[in-house]
Design a protein around this ligand. Sequence first.
Ligand code: ADP
Length: 555
Amino acid sequence: MAEISGAQLVVESLKREGVDTVYVLPGDPVGDIVNGCAQAGLRMISMRHEQSLAMAAQAQSYFTRRIGVAIVASGVGQTNTLTGIANATVNCWPLLVIGGSAELRRRGMGDFQELAQIESTAPLAKWTGLAESPQRIPSLINLGIKNAMSGRPGAAYLDLPAEMITGTVDDSEVVWPEPVADPPRPLADPAEVKKALEILAQAETPLLIVGKGAAWSWAEEELLQFVDKTQIPFLTSPMGAGMLPPDHPMNVSAARTQALQGADTILLVGARLNWIFHFGAPPRFNENYKLIQLDIHPEEIGTNHPADAALVGDAKMVMGQLNEALDETPVVFGETPWLGSLKEKVAQNAASIEPMLNSNASPIGYYRILKEIRDVLPKEAIVVADGASTMDISRQVIDIWYPRHRIDAGVAGCVGTGVPFSIAAKVNHPDKPVVCLQGDWAFGFNGMDIETAARFNLAIVWVIFQNGNIDKWVRNYVEGVEDPNDFQPGIRFDMMMQAFGGHGELVERPEDIRPALERAFNSGKASVVNVVMDPGAGRRQQQFAWLAREGRMGY
Ligand code: ADP
């Protein structure tokens, strides 16, 4: 029998749950937890802002299919994580935030950094918990992880009042739960599987859409088998990219508008018909398409468009069910006129951006920068994208070859994720090149954390697309006044990285992009390639803006 503190209980619980990496910003009252984790040999990535570390921790989850953990101090330290918590929940990614908080016995008395932490977090999280006695800490951490990871993942927040961390209990009083197992992988109702294939067999213009729920499920092998068996045209969501090989003959991602409008039957796997997919509605979709919806979250079925078959289950398992059923009842599309028309559009779209990719214009536009990046990147590179235009245009230019090798703001449209996501990418994939494509505005949000990358010797290459303003589409609508969307031009972000001991490059001419990128990748250091570009640069003219926004922020 021995006394054990709340802080030690947190450390021991994390170890038992298999956590090996924690993103932290130490402070009162979590100092003993942070020190205890470090002493216990956990990898501690200490960062400069709580928003940033909450984002890094959720990217940790996405890359590893294990819980990502963030530990933060009380009050505003914790409320700084709210954007990260919201981003995780909205993107269906697991995250456990452990926050210190004011002493329970002093609540309402104006204690140090006393804030309504649980109340403000609850609407943005999947689960919140409060420790009211130290011996409950292991159970609550277990419950938080289970809630974050199971079913549709999301953020969990555990509130630890100061006296729960410093308080001690007799270790014989502590109940240690079984560590959380890998998230369950439910199978779909076999009747719906059968129905799904019957509907698919009737399709003339079928389309498979793959989203990041499938990426979280690691369903890539089963998806490839399915596409090879059925020869169905497919496209991916921004983070579904890489779930199927980009050079697969059935890939019609580059004919997105035509594919969505023309499909009479859609198999939607781990993606939502939200704003990213234009709510699944005309004019972006066919009026009466049939929907076969695969999602782990039953409540998602039928959102925005009725589902004709509901495959409720885990993407990897259910794609396996479909593949098995196909062995008995094959459905094969192959070289149809539908595929032919989509492939024609893919070729047209590729040709239409070719002049911009090769443009020698100065100041430089997005396409030329992205083309140079594409040409130096090996296939195994992880691509992080942040900032509206940078994110959108990079999808047209840079192919993603492997699952979970592109990560961006996602459904929350959250600007500022690039720096922390890149840090988590390199922490988890030290042997792979990590490039962050980031607008200068987006970089500003969590830019200070490039110091974290330099400090931990994380050789990430940030390419900053410095157009010196928030974005063209916002900028165009301010007339007759000094534009509030403009920044000081020509900022030396490269010198900022040099000041931290990393590598910096300033680029102003198209022919200098490539050598600067090569020097950055070869430096073996955290690097910034600061490209000063055309302030009015944009994307190629389109029938619809690719995301739902058209013109004045309308939908
Ligand atoms: P995207 O942004 O790629 O379009 P969304 O975030 O809109 O993707 O949708 C992801 C969907 O995947 C969510 O509806 C979520 O419930 C679902 N999902 C999460 N995990 C799984 C899983 N293991 N199997 C199937 N669907 C999943």
